[in-house]
Design a protein around this ligand. Sequence first.
Ligand SMILES: NC(=O)c1ccc[n+]([C@@H]2O[C@H](COP(=O)([O-])OP(=O)(O)OC[C@H]3O[C@@H](n4cnc5c(N)ncnc54)[C@H](OP(=O)(O)O)[C@@H]3O)[C@@H](O)[C@H]2O)c1
Length: 331
Amino acid sequence: MKALVYEKAHSLDNFAIKLIKVAEPILREHDVLVEVRAIGVNPGEAAIRSMRSAEPGGRVLLGWEFAGVVIGAGLAVQRFKIGDRVFGTGDMTRDGCWAERLAVDHRIIARIPDQISFCDAASLPIGAVTAWEAMFRDRDTLADGINRVLILGGAGAVGSLATQLLKAKTKAFVVSTGSRSDSKAWCSGMGADLVLDHAVDVVAQLAAADISYVDMVLSTAKSGGNIGWIAKVLRPFGHLSVVDVGPSPDVTPLILKSASLHTEMVFSRIIHGSAPHIQGGILETVAALVVEGRVRPIATTLLNGLMAGTMKAAHELVETGRTIGKVVIVI
Ligand SMILES: NC(=O)c1ccc[n+]([C@@H]2O[C@H](COP(=O)([O-])OP(=O)(O)OC[C@H]3O[C@@H](n4cnc5c(N)ncnc54)[C@H](OP(=O)(O)O)[C@@H]3O)[C@@H](O)[C@H]2O)c1
């Protein structure tokens, strides 16, 4: 099959991903074989491209957000049949979906209802599962006592799905942030009750809105450097949930508030074999919410074709750190 791969970690300026012929994916017993129809491209994947190299003689095949059609199944798979339309994430320790075909554990994917296009479906999985686990942890809603949530970076994929999931599944008051007029408008469109600007003093903006504290902060960017002021807006025993990876944060300001620090890695369940089927269930819920009109897919930029130039264009966009919604490549 054809796949977009590279050998050595590289910068965007030296973009080296190429479309070449590679061996077909090998199915494990819980896998389905999927013909890939659409790909969501993520800033985390661009970061991995700049850091991860192949073993000598090998190649790296990234991409863990897809929509497609089941064309084969491992021996332990009963949940799907050939021809089912499916969407999901993947396992960052295995080959990804920037290819014609993908082998993926069926427990972390879900069926796409007829009403949802491949493109829209591919815009959802990483943002939805990450936002869900970051806020709801291993439950299916917020913990008791979390009534007001501040989302830093409300127009990114995680922030967009976080806002929508909170409004669809909880009664929480949602404050989200953007720093430009179009990203702020997008935050409102996702359902935020109040939109602030993360480029200026958020504490002062909350105070001006008569909000003296929030119960949870979901931080999607520059989290380590912001902990000092984030701790100021959290109530004692509040929750900070962090999804971006950066320099190790100094958590002293959180300790002074007896606050909890939650981390999230969307691949942790599948890598550690810890009830991965729960993620398939999350995606089933998200698909149902989309059909009910309570969650909107977030594809904003559509690119066409499994081609190196298309993937480079996607990386150029996600590396700006200014993406609104999701960049999707339709195959
Ligand atoms: N842990 C996990 O499992 C996991 C999963 C998915 C993503 N991630 C990580 O989560 C982060 C968000 O990813 P994403 O795909 O949602 O979107 P993204 O492309 O990283 O987010 C773009 C958005 O970030 C906002 N932003 C830029 N600088 C900011 C700042 N200093 N404070 C707050 N917001 C800022 C921008 O808003 P403005 O343009 O308005 O400034 C833009 O709308 C990335 O670091 C990604 O790698 C982690």
